[in-house]
Design a protein around this ligand. Structure first.
Ligand code: UDP
Ligand code: MG
Length: 337
């Protein structure tokens, strides 16, 4: 029986890459026999012609549709179905991936970037690994960071180290969002209700067996990366706070230690005053202490604020994304399986 694979492609201003992605991925996927492919493009509020391109692809496929569900697919008649969802604004790649996974109904789903930085040829290997080993997911990790700004690589390395040491989950260095997942795993991920999503953490948190394959970093085919340094810092902080309670514990320990220190200091001063008598009042040291504790309190409060802010956002229960247009019918969307 033909198995169905949903190819989830988050797109934000990818007008210049989409044609090449379509050709490149089509060439790779048409070689994979026994599987029917369906693209799910997520237009993440692009401001260029991305949505038009996607609509075009969808209508071309509709016109040429020959594949009845379950029919075997041969390279000559590689006719993937094209679904798309377009957001009302840019909600971010995390939201786009979520929308894609939510719309997925296939036996497997694979998330892949539109800029061909995730080689589509690897999908065949992923399928083989999942089918042969019986694992639930096959994910890709970059073994090199060639062509990436040095500061970004250094920052990423530090983030992975910190994350693996202090959070409840393990994140593989170089892991990208390019991965094939079983239906069961997709369902588990879609059920995670959090609004502020950090998929790298969620993939690991839901468990399931994951096999890793490695690939060399590839340059973007066109357009430019949507990440700014500040964006990456925010993303890292999101991941850390979403999955780690260590910072909270750390400030607790810090608070405790400073209290003990100040108590000791107070006792020393008290006995000095009682036994030796008061010498020149320590103006400088008082100011130092005030500043030290003031700073510490503000730091602790702002960290608490981060967590509370997140709780506030979660309790508002806003949707992860808002859809403006889609060719997936409501009926299919409501199906839970
Ligand atoms: N992307 C998205 N929404 C965003 C930013 C990016 O859907 O807000 C998509 C983008 O179109 C691409 C993928 O996510 O398909 C990876 O983005 P990018 O290439 O900018 O990231 P990088 O490869 O530099 O990590
Ligand atoms: Mg990219």
């Amino acid at each position: 029986m033909t198995k169905h694979i949903d190819v989830i492609v988050p797109c934000y201003n990818e007008e210049s890459s989409l044609n090449r992605f379509w050709k490149g991925s089509g060439a790779a996927f048409s070689e994979i026999k026994g599987y029917a492919f369906r693209y799910i493009f997520i237009d993440d509020g692009s401001t260029d012609g991305t949505l038009d391109k996607i609509r075009q692809l969808a209508s071309l496929q509709d016109a040429a549709k020959t594949d009845a569900p379950g029919a075997p697919v041969s390279p000559e008649e590689f006719a993937p179905q094209v679904s798309y969802i377009s957001f009302s604004r840019n909600f971010g790649k995390e939201a786009a991936m979520y929308a894609g996974l939510q719309a997925s109904r296939g036996d497997f789903a694979v998330i892949i970037d539109a800029d061909l930085q995730h080689p589509p040829e690897l999908v065949e290997k992923m399928i083989r690994i999942v089918e042969e080993t019986g694992c639930d997911s096959c994910a890709a990790r970059r073994v090199s960071r060639k062509g990436e700004p040095k500061i970004r690589s250094a920052f990423a390395r530090a983030f992975y180290k910190l994350m693996n040491r202090y959070s409840d989950i393990e994140i593989v260095d170089g892991a990208v969002d390019f991965r094939l997942m079983s239906r069961q795993m997709v369902k588990a991920i879609v059920q995670m209700p959090e609004r502020q999503r950090f998929s790298k953490g969620i993939f690991s948190w839901v468990g399931f067996d994951t096999e890793w394959i490695e690939f060399e970093n590839v340059q973007r085919i066109a357009g430019e990366s949507k990440w700014t340094l500040w964006g990456l810092v925010k993303y890292a902080l999101d991941g850390f706070i979403d999955f780690a309670e260590a910072p909270l514990k750390l400030v607790g320990v810090l608070g405790g230690l400073t209290t003990v220190c100040s108590a000791i200091y107070f006792l020393i001063e008290f006995f000095k005053t009682v036994i030796i008598g008061r010498d020149t009042p320590g103006y400088a040291s008082t100011i130092c202490l005030i500043l030290f504790f003031g700073g510490l309190i503000i730091a602790i409060l702002s960290l608490m604020g981060e967590y509370i802010g997140r709780m506030y956002l979660e309790t508002k229960g806003r949707p992860i994304y808002i859809e403006k247009e889609s060719n997936i019918d409501e009926e299919t969307k409501r199906e839970t399986d």
